[in-house]
Design a protein around this ligand. Structure first.
Ligand SMILES: Nc1nc2c(c(=O)[nH]1)N[C@H]1C(S)=C(S)[C@@H](COP(=O)(O)O)O[C@H]1N2
Ligand SMILES: [Mo]
Length: 200
């Protein structure tokens, strides 16, 4: 099985690989609001809700059976560091959307997480195969501090758009804002436009 290299995604945004104002780091800093939640594979569930044809609930065993994609991606944190060439294994957002069936009036998505974190994106910005529900990083199970067992990655956005410890996604018929989007970080979060802070 091959690796899909999507580290050229910056070309779509007419930018350099290292977005403006970012510094490349080899380390992978941990940025969390709260403590890392406990993961019990027998209790864990993932739900798909809202404006869908069929609401879905997955156990960890069921989620692990979904088809995955392996991708090489860059990761840009709004606080100014970027980590290149992360190797992620995960289930793509369109794969999940396809299984639930997206309602015609769905326009937006809210991601939820085990620590209460939320983050939002327009539906069209989620319907890309680079938006992954990741369970492996660089050949190992995703470390719990980085969101294990499952997190979202959004290589076209600052990393706060990717919920660690993700446990559900809700399809919405109107935009809503997540945790940081209500508290001053940009709703759009385009690293190549340096959309770091909200202007409202
Ligand atoms: N559930 C959850 N997801 C989260 C956060 C969080 O506090 N809780 N922090 C966000 C922020 S601000 C960033 S920069 C990235 C950091 O990911 P990392 O800790 O793996 O570097 O996760 C994002 N996702
Ligand atoms: Mo962040």
């Amino acid at each position: 099985m091959g690796i899909r290299d999507v580290t050229d995604i910056h070309e779509e945004f007419d930018g350099d690989r290292l977005p403006p104002g970012q510094r490349e780091t080899e380390r992978f800093p941990v940025l969390s609001l709260n403590d890392t939640p406990d993961f019990d594979p027998d209790e864990w569930t993932f739900t798909v809700r809202g404006a869908v044809d069929e609401e879905l609930t997955y156990s960890w065993a069921e989620f692990r059976d979904l088809p995955t994609d392996t991708q090489r991606q860059d990761f840009h944190c709004v606080t100014g560091w970027s980590r290149f060439d992360n190797e992620f294994v995960g289930v793509s957002f369109p794969e999940i959307a396809e299984r639930a069936g997206v309602a015609d009036d769905a326009v937006h998505v809210m991601f939820g997480a085990m620590d209460g974190y939320t983050t939002n994106l327009p539906l069209e910005e989620c319907m890309r195969r680079e938006v992954l529900f990741v369970r492996e990083l660089d050949g190992d199970p995703l470390p719990s501090d980085h969101g294990g067992p499952l997190r979202v990655v959004t290589p076209h956005k600052y990393a706060y758009k990717g919920a660690k410890w993700v446990d559900g996604v809700t399809f919405l018929t109107e935009p809503q804002r997540g945790y940081w989007e209500k508290r001053g970080y940009s709703n759009t979060a385009n690293p190549w436009a340096e959309d770091r802070y909200t202007t409202m």
